[in-house]
Design a protein around this ligand. Structure first.
Ligand SMILES: C[S@@+](CC[C@H](N)C(=O)[O-])C[C@H]1O[C@@H](n2cnc3c(N)ncnc32)[C@H](O)[C@@H]1O
Length: 255
């Protein structure tokens, strides 16, 4: 049975609020870009659903960007942009050789319907998302802000259910490099001081959806732990790692 959750931020689009300045903190990571490029190889027409500012779009394909947020569409540099939602894509069946959806399905109000739409309008589907059932969790969740866990469980669907809905034939893990450039929440697993910066937190829809009276005390505690060295002592093993598998996955379906 599928238990696709409803989106926490469907109306108005949350990215109309937090999307301003998105390009500053959310720079596409070259290693993730390479993985996505490989998955889209050979596709000449690609629809990027939940396109944001256009990260990870293939350079050698004709790309149609789909976004419900006008603020995000305005930051998208592409020539073909459509204001629409995943749940109702305004394209005929099999209009594109491939569809891509990167870190967006957890925002959709009807994930199952949106994935069905991806399959309807394209011959291949490439989806990058996160598995809420994966362990280990980021230390920020386990030790500072367990409220993130509830929020993420309400937005993200277990990967096995996404894979089933998509009919995925391939699931590729993407361990997060310590210097990951795309500033969503997980990027700073080895650079805790970044979480002290409100601009960095603002670029993450997770932080943007938690009330300040929940976030601020946790950040104050982190600041103290960084100052007195207790964070570095507690996570000494992490500081020695180059990448960690935190449950991010690329799913590929279709041709
Ligand atoms: C975390 S951003 C990812 C943007 C881009 N794919 C990237 O990798 O940078 C999530 C995007 O999903 C969009 N979004 C939210 N609800 C959506 C929906 N129902 N259908 C399509 N996109 C949606 C948001 O407006 C936002 O731009």
């Amino acid at each position: 049975m599928t238990t696709f959750p409803a989106s926490a931020g469907a109306t108005p689009p949350i990215y109309d609020r937090i999307g301003i300045g998105y390009q500053r903190t959310r720079r596409p990571d070259p290693r993730l870009a390479a993985l996505i490029r490989q998955a889209l190889a050979g596709a000449r027409t690609v629809v990027n659903v939940g396109a944001g500012a256009g990260s990870y779009e293939p350079e050698n394909a004709e790309v149609t960007a789909v976004e419900p947020s006008q603020i995000m569409l305005d930051q998208h540099p592409g020539a073909t942009k459509v204001r629409a939602s995943a749940e109702e894509l305004p394209f005929p069946d099999q209009a594109f050789e491939a569809a891509m959806a990167v870190m967006t399905i957890h925002h959709w109000s009807d994930q199952e319907g949106g994935l069905r739409e991806l399959r309807r309008v394209s011959r291949r589907q490439v989806v990058f998302t996160w598995d809420p059932e994966h362990r280990p969790e980021l230390w920020m969740i386990s030790d500072y802000l367990p409220q993130i866990r509830d929020l993420e469980n309400s937005r993200f669907t277990p990967l096995s259910e996404v894979a089933e809905a998509l009919g995925a034939h391939t699931v590729l893990p993407f361990p997060i490099p310590h210097d990951f450039t795309d500033g969503f929440q997980i990027a700073y697993w080895r650079r805790p001081e970044f979480f002290l910066d409100p601009v960095v937190r603002q670029a993450s829809s997770t932080f943007a959806q938690l009330p300040a009276d929940v976030v601020e005390p946790a950040i104050a505690r982190l600041r103290e732990d960084l100052g007195n060295g207790s964070w570095a002592r507690r996570y000494a093993d992490l500081l020695a790692r180059d990448s960690v598998d935190y449950g991010y996955r690329l799913l590929i379906a279709g041709e």
